[in-house]
Structures are given as C-alpha cells and as structure tokens.
Design a protein around this ligand. Sequence first.
Ligand code: ADP
Ligand code: 6PG
Length: 186
Amino acid sequence: MQLALGHTCRTTGPGPEDSYPGVTFQGVSGSGKSTVGKGLAAKLGCPFFDGDDFHHDANVEKMRKGQPLNDGDRQPWLHRLADLMQQHIERGEMMVLACSALKKSYRELLLSSDRSPDRHAVAVIALQPSREELQKRLQIRSVGGSHFMPASLLESQLADQESDPDAMYFGSMDKDDIIERILKAR
Ligand SMILES: Nc1ncnc2c1ncn2[C@@H]1O[C@H](COP(=O)(O)OP(=O)(O)O)[C@@H](O)[C@H]1O
Ligand SMILES: O=C(O)[C@H](O)[C@@H](O)[C@H](O)[C@H](O)COP(=O)(O)O
C-alpha cells in the first residue's frame, strides 16, 4: 500500500503537485484512533480531527446510556466528516481524522468521490487490538467518567466492524511503533 503522506501542511494556493492526501484511522472504541491519530498529525505537522467531536448530542447521549448507534444515527455524522475531509483535500491541506467507520458502507460514504476526496487520496489505517486489550483500555479510560463511551458497547462495535481490503492494519502495538511504520510506508 502506498501512503505517499506529505510531511507538511500546504500554506499556499491549490495545485495538484502540492496536494497531500488525508489519513483516516478507523476501528472500534478504544482501538487507539485518537491517540495514534494525534501522534501522527503532530509528526506530520497537520491538523487532527476527532470524529467524536462531530456527533450530535443525541448520539452522544445514546452511547452514554449504553445504546449502540444504528445506520440512521451515523449517517449525518459521516456526511459531516466527509464534508470536512473534502474541504481539506480540495484545498490541498493534509489532515488526519479519527472516525470509527466500522462498516464498509460507512467508509464508502466517508470516502466516496461525490462527497469526499478521491478514494486514493485518503489512506485508511485500521487499528485492531485484541478484544482483551480493548476491554482493558476501555475500563481504564472509563474510570472517573472521563469519556462518554461505556466499555459495555464494545461487543456491539466489534459486531458492526467489517474488514477493509484497502486498509493498512495494526494489532496490539505500541503507539510510536505504529506511527513509525505508517511514516515508513510512504
Ligand atoms: N497503542 C496503544 N497502546 C496502549 N494503549 C493505547 C494505545 N493506543 C491507545 N491507547 C490507550 O487506549 C485508550 C483508548 O485510546 P483512544 O485513542 O481514546 O481510542 P479510540 O479513539 O479509538 O476510542 C486510551 O486510554 C489510550 O491511552
Ligand atoms: O459509530 C459509532 O458507534 C461511534 O462513532 C463509535 O464508534 C465511537 O467509538 C464513539 O464515538 C466513541 O468514541 P471512541 O471511538 O473515541 O471511543
């Protein structure tokens, strides 16, 4: 898989020779999308966006109550993220996104050329630590109620997850090692 990541964000006008691709991290809750995504964006010197921040309040409340989101709940959220990505790619600005995008249809919506950039302009990085590792991480993260997503939703997230033949996959690995491998894949 060729990532061809740019190392800086563009600062001048658009042009194909200057344009950099986007990167989206996908995976279930606790897979490390935000942690690894932020770390990669810092290395690349470009903005990081967390899909969590783009959910409507109703979605957040639903998850907080331990109810999984359905296709209808996720659709407008995915459209918002597709628009965000499109705006950056059209301007030739690199960005890193964390978005669970669990199902193939969600990734198609997020990356389809009519709503978002050319599929080949966006690298999909799939994070898939083991179930045991995910449970451990979510339990630690939920201590003190610092995150709205309860560990009890992990099984529904895993049930929704569909594989992506175009993605670069990582299992239970150290965050810095993942970032290094992504950068080396350029
Ligand atoms: N590669 C990793 N190794 C160990 N712990 C990690 C790793 N990536 C993330 N974590 C930890 O797991 C928890 C969930 O990570 P987070 O980035 O919030 O996942 P997500 O955004 O996919 O829900 C956090 O407490 C984070 O510190
Ligand atoms: O589609 C979904 O069901 C949600 O987007 C979900 O996958 C996401 O995981 C939550 O927003 C919690 O956020 P974290 O992924 O950061 O736990």
